[in-house]
Design a binder for this molecule. Sequence first.
Ligand SMILES: [Mn+2]
Length: 430
Amino acid sequence: MTFSISADFIGAQNRKAEAALAEDYAALGRQLERRGVDIEKMTARAMAYAVAVPSWGVGTGGTRFARFPGPGEPRNVFDKIDDCGVIHQLGRVTPTVSPHIPWDKVDDYSALRQKAASHDLTFDAVNSNSFQDAKGQKLSYKFGSLTHADPGTRAQAVEHNLECIEIGRKLGSSALTVWIADGSNFPGQSNLNAAFDRYMASLREIYDALPKDWSVFLEHKLYEPAFYSTVISDWGSSFMAASELGPKAKCLVDLGHHAPNTNIEQIVARLIRAQKLAGFHFNDSKYGDDDLDSGSVDPFRLFLVFNELVDAELRKAPGFNPAYMIDQSHNVTDPIESLIQSANEIQRAYVQASLIDRAVLAAVQAESDVLGGHLLVKQAFVTDVSPVLAEARRRKSGAIDPIATYRASGYRRHKAEERPDSGTASAGIV
Ligand SMILES: [Mn+2]
């Protein structure tokens, strides 16, 4: 019998925090009422919001220099699902898991699906991996995968993506996320145009194999591991590819995959307009694709992204149905704590953006009241909606203070005993 956190334990922890929460919730409710906002509507929105956790995120990540494993790391995808279960049990905002193939390959996918269901979890978009060589793989991706100059290597990469679709069908997923590391490190190494043509030909084969109700999410990244050129480097390339492929192909925005200071919220607005926004890989960054915890460095940028998303949601923008996922690397923290905190910050940005009265904002903008518009947006951002998030968790039988409850439970200590270091734990970032 492996250790799990009981509902009774969460209830006992919550009882210690309930009185203070009730007081804070009532005070915030009165403040919002003065602004014409019904706190109950905000709590309902917080309760309805959901973001997927990446299966790879519960293992300790690393950099290209080193990885420092933590105690009790998941040894396989079943352990990962247990950890994802705890994140959802306490935070109540992450009911889905985004799997990664081949890292999460198993013999029995119905057993994996059942394991997830035992934690009230289902599976979100499947991530393929042709940025490293799988064990026993015939041809290497050292010089590319879907855009490799060799047709045999391209065919192998296509075949891998088709296998990911098959696995995803067994897991109840309905989307495939494709990110390739393909590019070049030297001017002259690759023909920039021909590489894109090969990408399109490979993606066409994958696209044509998609089941009826499936989508393919194209993920762009400006650089790394290729440092001179990347085939799908920006949202323009991604949009071009998705447009040519058809309606099932959309563009995924990973917040870390842009040059510093890029106006990502404007990219989001454009993709919404084109009905090509697939969804997100949330994380935060300071210098590049740092894969830091969501909302840890620049919560204002996260909020501004949600400002566009809530705007699109409330005006019922055609085709707007983004998939929300976290994609970050936890190198120096307990991954479970980081994912609870990150999901909370993403949900916070969503609720903050929901505070804005869109009609008032539009009227102010129509009058070219520059600072007036800015103040409306800024007022929403500086409103501390923590009591709304805590109350949403409490009403869904989660923890009022999820990280404190997690620490008090001793979950990590128990897992360190149950999961002896096998030296095989996989973790990574995509
Ligand atoms: Mn990503």
